[in-house]
Design a protein around this ligand. Sequence first.
Ligand code: NAD
Length: 489
Amino acid sequence: MILNFINGQYREGRGGRTFDDINPVDGSLVARVSEAAREDVDDAVRAARAALAGPWASLKLAQRCDLLYAVAAEIDRRAEDFISAEVADTGKPRSLAAHLDIPRGAANFRVFADAVRDVPTEAFTTHAPDGKPALNYALRRPKGVIAVICPWNLPLLLMTWKVGPALACGNTVVVKPSEETPATAALLGEVMNSVGVPHGVYNVVHGLGPESAGEFLSTHPDIDAITFTGETRTGAAIIKAAGAGIKPVSMELGGKNAAVVFADADLDVTIAGLTRSVFENTGQVCLGTERVYVQRGVFDEVVQRLAEAASRLKPGRPGDRETNFGPLISHEHQRKVLNYYGLAREEGATVVCGGGVPETGAALQGGAWIEPTIWTGLPHGSRVASEEIFGPCCVVIPFDKEAEALQMANDSRYGLAASVYTQNIDRVHSFAAALQVGIVWVNTWFLRDLRTAFGGSKASGIGREGGVHSLEFYTELSNVCIKLNGAEQ
Ligand code: NAD
């Protein structure tokens, strides 16, 4: 049984309710998960509040950072446990979890322990009306108890992306992992205890969203801020709850990201980038590409080479050496993606490859498998080209002029990320500046120094996290003005 982690103790939810954690590779049961009742969420928030005023607050900054470095080292030491837990929950290839999810989970503690040592504040000398000098400066305090509500696609990575900076800034957290992927958040509790993070600093409550732990946490009167990653619609519900309590929010939401390929692009680089951005993690990456605009002169070649790359994706058991493509997270999500595969045909798409469920053999038959899929022939305004699918698929659309590509790339309710493939450096600069997104990649994808800003515009989010931007969200500024009784200056 996967348990809640409250005040340093693993415990069952008060209501005695459980839900199933299913392995999407074959539909087998990973574990039962103990669902937190409202009273458990109350306990977790209370424990986080007590830790905030207690042992956690009394640590010097350097001691707090040392604990976070120790958390990172312990995740590294127990990497195999974390990889196994993540793979069982998500079905993703073991190689992907080993290279991306778990190392980044550890890095998130190191990076923000480093960052918090250098966080800038402002200081000015000013003058009172009597001419005496005054020193006016800002202090940073922890924001308090942070509610961290997480999705299932990169469970440890995205959760620590928030827990790392929150703890670095001296806050305490109550985490609500996705009901699909509760394991690594629970395992992190063992790490916190083993390196000596005071009880109550890190708490985990399991459950669903509405009328369950997600709602109990996001509407809790004694949290101080909510940081959320997930669907735009869920984000809107949480913003509403936060508004009622006047709580600050950081929102990392959905996307329908464009890639723009110009005829002068290096097509080897382009295909390598697109293959990752469309298909990695079975397309379940918020930053992934679902719209590809290609300049007409290279359109056919890009479509053909991307389809060849798709044909080299091998579904299979996560630990098998040749497996480089996992299942979707669940049958529910598979149904959603398959609905879009059907809709694409209704909207008149040419199915270049995929479009259904692959033959996987008996051992994987209970899994949520899906084919990597490429469409052409769909208009830019079609639903398939406009709505977030969150699967391993893309619409490829030709363009002639740069202005046309820019207009289509920006014509979206979302504004998370875009990638541009070209060798024209002048164009890169102007085109990147004109894209209405939070992140632009040029001739690459998913490459980022963790000190830079991360977040989306429009319906893709509110606020930025990363480096000093995370520290802005997870701290409260107090303005201090000291009148000095020294000589007039
Ligand atoms: P989701 O919104 O369904 O769920 C996210 C979390 O919110 C889960 O823990 C869920 O239990 C909880 N939740 C659901 N309803 C709630 C409610 N009413 N109150 C409180 N909590 C509630 O998202 P998902 O399906 O887990 O993740 C996929 C989505 O996340 C995609 O839209 C994707 O684009 C987005 N995403 C965005 C980013 C980003 O950085 N912008 C990163 C990863 C994923």
